[in-house]
Design a protein around this ligand. Sequence first.
Ligand SMILES: C[S@@+](CC[C@H](N)C(=O)[O-])C[C@H]1O[C@@H](n2cnc3c(N)ncnc32)[C@H](O)[C@@H]1O
Length: 271
Amino acid sequence: MADIFQSLDQLDSEKLQMVVDRLEYRGTYPAFVAMRERYFDSLPLEQCREVLDMGCGTGVVTRALAERLTDEASLTGTDFSAGLIEVARRLAAAEGLGGRISFEVADSHGTRENQNQYDLVVMHTLLSHVTSPAQVLKEAARVTAPGGHVVVFDGDYASITFGAGDPDLNDAALQALLKTVVAHPRAMRQFPELVPVAGLELVGFLPEILAEAGKAEFFESMLDSYRPSMVAAGHIGEEDARRWSETHHAASEAGTFFGSCNFVSYILRKP
Ligand SMILES: C[S@@+](CC[C@H](N)C(=O)[O-])C[C@H]1O[C@@H](n2cnc3c(N)ncnc32)[C@H](O)[C@@H]1O
């Protein structure tokens, strides 16, 4: 299996629930929220009337967008996973946002959305997971209105690194993690090449780093969420995965953890 995010509906209910919990946790983790709010702040959100969140997952970013848009804005979230779209509808309704967001199952490589429909298309940690980042970016460009914006936020996941313990085990385990959950770990460093091909202009770039030293939280939750899928996919043995996880839980407990990963927000405009 290339990337569990390409086929979430094939996961058993326990692993799917771990993904749901991880996405919801991540979407409210302060450093992750700060990166999202920085790109929100760089956009003319009060002028946007038609907004699309592609690859919305559980809708944690879609709900945050709803809070930042005016009441006149129409907001749609789409995702490949029918299971996550069901969760997204339920969570939006629970927050009283059910009437403001429409959630639909769709493949971002080719949607049924109209050409030139949206003032803003958001892709928040989608592009590294799709089969063809170039095709998805072209589809986002197609559905964006002239003068409208496309925002691509994602991890430069090939930069992920952990400090504590055996460096060889860290390298092997992080490679196993990327094989399990990220189809294109270098998509964000290669991304500028895709922009002109999709007919878009690069108008803004926000480089970000998410790092934890001492006590881990974000990275500790990541280990717990994906370790069973890494083992199930055969990318790491159970014993190595357990040793790796225990090393970093112990480092966090002792206040000696180190982990970091670069993230990027690209702000694009359709001429
Ligand atoms: C890492 S999650 C991000 C979810 C959400 N944007 C967030 O930040 O919480 C990646 C999402 O992309 C979705 N996805 C993967 N391939 C897709 C595709 N071809 N079309 C639409 N969604 C896709 C997955 O189902 C998953 O919900």
